[in-house]
Design a protein. Structure first.
Length: 233
């Protein structure tokens, strides 16, 4: 089915499909990166695990009426997705303080936020994916006021759904990154949702079950991804 490579990122490849102008194949890689690509390695079966995890989550969100690019899993490390024009805004939603909230803003790790916090980051490796504001987004013509309003509303809805979804599996959804795109004039959720893009903690032990285990050399990276896959299945 694959025709040509459209895009290759840190963790995925996107391919066009022969005779199909509406959809793409999204392939998950075993490559792992952290700190804007400074740290690199490969995690055994990460591509397979993230395909399975993203499939479970996107299927759940589709069934809840969230518009996404996901159409189906077509192999152990590939998904069929709708063609989207990615908006160069990474959306981070935080429920519990971790990562940069602790390092840069003085929050205490594990501190539960009174309400979800949404942040925007400019999707640019060259610029280092900096934190920026609504006004930057408008001035840079990355998204309109109405599009950003849709993105914010969808993010809050997705957060509410996923907090409950993960809680039922014994997992706290600490924070997560989303990407959105345009498809036939509609804003839809794209990219992936996996331990690469979420902070996921066991809600009893507090054990970290996400890419922080790779970032900070905590060990047990493969096992953490496998544990998430098992709980979601």
């Amino acid at each position: 089915m694959k025709d040509s490579l459209i895009y290759e990122g840190k963790a995925k490849r996107i391919f066009s499909i022969k005779g199909d102008n509406d959809n793409y194949i999204q392939e998950f890689k075993d490559d792992a990166t952290a700190f804007n690509g400074i740290k690199k390695d490969s995690i055994k079966n990460k591509g397979i695990r993230n395909t399975s995890i993203s499939t479970a989550i996107f299927t759940f969100l589709n069934n809840k009426g969230i518009p996404t690019h996901f159409l189906g899993k077509i192999s152990e490390n590939e998904m069929l997705v709708k063609k989207v024009e990615i908006i160069l805004v990474e959306v981070v939603c935080r429920n519990i303080a971790a990562g940069s909230l602790v390092k840069k803003f003085g929050f205490t790790e594990g501190e539960k936020l009174e309400k979800p916090l949404i942040e925007f980051y400019y999707k640019s490796d060259e610029a280092g994916d900096p934190l920026f504001t609504d006004e930057h987004i408008y001035r840079m013509k990355l998204a309109t006021f109405n599009e950003l309003s849709v993105i914010k509303n969808l993010t809050f809805k997705i957060n509410d759904l996923l907090k409950d979804f993960f809680s039922e599996k014994g997992i706290d959804l600490v924070d997560f990154k989303l990407e959105f795109g345009r498809n036939n004039g509609e804003i839809i959720l794209a990219d992936e949702i996996s331990p690469d893009t979420c902070r996921l903690w066991d809600n009893k032990s507090g054990k970290k079950l996400d890419k922080d285990r790779f970032r900070f050399d905590m060990g047990g990276v493969e096992e953490a991804y496998e544990e998430i896959e098992k709980r979601l299945s």
